[in-house]
Design a protein around this ligand. Structure first.
Ligand SMILES: [Zn+2]
Length: 466
């Protein structure tokens, strides 16, 4: 066992034992209490001790138990007795505060069971520590309210609402469901909600109604992606109804051509074109459906809402009655959502956002199992390293050159493992040639935090890092 440092400055190490799994470290506080907590008198007398066992951070894969030899005092002034306070210890949980902090961080990327095993506690304790940790994070971490907000759906065990900052490609909140009440409550308590200018969403009425009620100033935009995919769905419906009238052999051919049909015309290669021509000659309805799909996409080639609306009307008139049934969903959606759909032409949502969110949605199902919604939400919003513009946290700072070479900082004690026990040494001060000048206390400024970066999150999930 190498030289070791417990690195809890408020405690002296009295003894040390180890077995196969555990370190047992006997400690006592460095400073005795100087006054009675009841009457503040300094007239104290020792009144026995008791041993308190608390868990500490695992070290080198060993679980660590601290046996604190806690002193009890009697106050001569008020005759009451008390135990000394234990700095750095969470007495409620019988663990070092730094262990609770570490467990909270770990619980964001690992299962509660694996942490319980490593620390030597129950999963119940891990869950309780995790909840406290997340509550602390909620207080500390405050995401900027997006000017361009996205409300979408994400599947985590069941459909959830995901709130995004579109300009920054980040997620700022996950809502347990997609109900109007849930969205209303979220928006109502959102600081700076009056500064939201645009909300991009799918055609989901509860989102629309919640925004109208709480942030009426925001322009609602339906993203192109959500509209044009309805044209693909319509084409699929035509293809599927056609299949039913075919022989098994013909069906297999049509199945293979599904991907060709879904391609945009400009992306077809010679082989695709040949296949498509073959099918559309034999099955004119399929050819018509393909034309309608392409022409519907083409509505989005214009940059003006008026032009888009007139293209839509032209398009609608050109739907042949035989396949009209497949396109009624689009007609209804356009009718019910025409203003938000047309708003897109003045305020297009960037494709970067839509694409990166879709990539995230594709990897999301790797997260789901074994976690509660609260744990999943915390993983997504608070995973370490996921934030765009993190809260300012001092960087790890290398010691100045004159203080390396084994010269400890004056005033700090260090513990070394010598001859079977810990020894506390008071180090010599560093050489005087280059005095250590502490930096003036800097004003800690909060950097803006835009939320969990969607691309980083996707990569971390793919790599199994959260
Ligand atoms: Zn007293």
């Amino acid at each position: 066992m190498p030289a070791n440092i417990l690195n809890l400055s408020a405690y002296d190490v009295l003894g040390f034992e180890e077995n196969e799994h555990d370190y047992h470290i006997d400690v006592e506080t460095v400073k005795m209490p100087t006054s009675c907590p009841h009457c503040q008198s300094g007239n104290l007398v020792g009144f026995g001790r008791r041993e308190q066992t608390v868990k500490d951070l695992p070290m080198h894969g060993w679980r660590v138990g601290l046996y604190i030899n806690t002193r009890r005092f009697r106050c001569r002034a008020c005759a009451r007795t008390f135990y000394e306070a234990l700095p750095e210890i969470d007495e409620k949980r019988s663990m070092a505060k730094r262990l609770a902090q570490w467990m909270g961080k770990q619980a964001i990327k690992r299962t509660f069971a694996s942490i319980a095993e490593e620390v030597g506690c129950t999963e119940f304790t891990v869950r309780a520590v995790f909840n406290d940790y997340v509550n602390e994070l909620e207080k500390e971490i405050c995401f900027e309210t997006p000017k361009w907000m996205g409300i979408d759906e994400i599947h985590l065990i069941k459909p959830r609402g995901v709130i995004a900052n579109i300009q920054n490609n980040t997620i700022v909140e996950l809502l347990p469901n997609r109900n109007k009440e849930t969205v209303v409550r979220f928006l109502y308590y959102l600081e700076g909600k009056e500064r939201i200018q645009y909300v991009a969403m799918d055609m989901w009425t509860p989102y629309h109604d919640a925004c109208r009620a709480v942030i009426p100033q925001a322009v609602i935009v339906v993203d192109k992606f959500h509209v044009v995919r309805m044209a693909n769905d319509a084409l699929e419906r035509v293809r599927k109804s056609l299949r039913e009238s075919l022989t098994p052999k013909q069906r297999r051919g049509l199945m293979r051509d599904r991907l060709v049909l879904l391609k945009r015309e400009r992306d077809l290669n010679d082989k695709d074109r040949q296949d498509l021509d073959g099918w559309t000659k034999n099955y004119p309805e399929l050819g018509e459906a393909y034309r309608l799909k392409e022409q519907f996409f083409a509505i989005y080639d214009t940059g003006s809402p008026d032009e888009a609306q007139s293209r839509f009307i032209q398009w609608q008139k050109s739907i042949p009655p035989e396949i009209a049934h497949a396109f009624t969903d689009i007609e209804h959606a356009w009718g019910n959502w025409s203003i938000p759909i047309l708003n897109y032409f003045n305020h297009p949502v960037t494709n970067a956002y839509t694409e990166s969110l879709n990539s995230l949605i594709r990897v999301m199902n790797r997260l789901g199992r074994g976690y509660s919604f609260e744990a999943l939400r915390a993983k997504i919003l608070f995973a370490e390293g996921v934030h765009k513009h993190k809260l300012l946290q001092p960087e790890f700072e290398r010691k100045p050159a004159d203080k390396r070479q084994g010269e400890p900082v004056p005033g700090n004690f260090m513990y070394f493992w010598t001859e079977g026990s810990f020894a506390r040494i008071v180090p010599k001060p560093p050489p005087v040639s280059k005095p250590y000048i502490p930096k003036p206390a800097e004003k800690v400024e909060r950097e803006k935090n835009y939320g969990a970066d969607i691309s980083t999150l996707t990569r971390m999930i793919e790599n199994g890092e959260i």
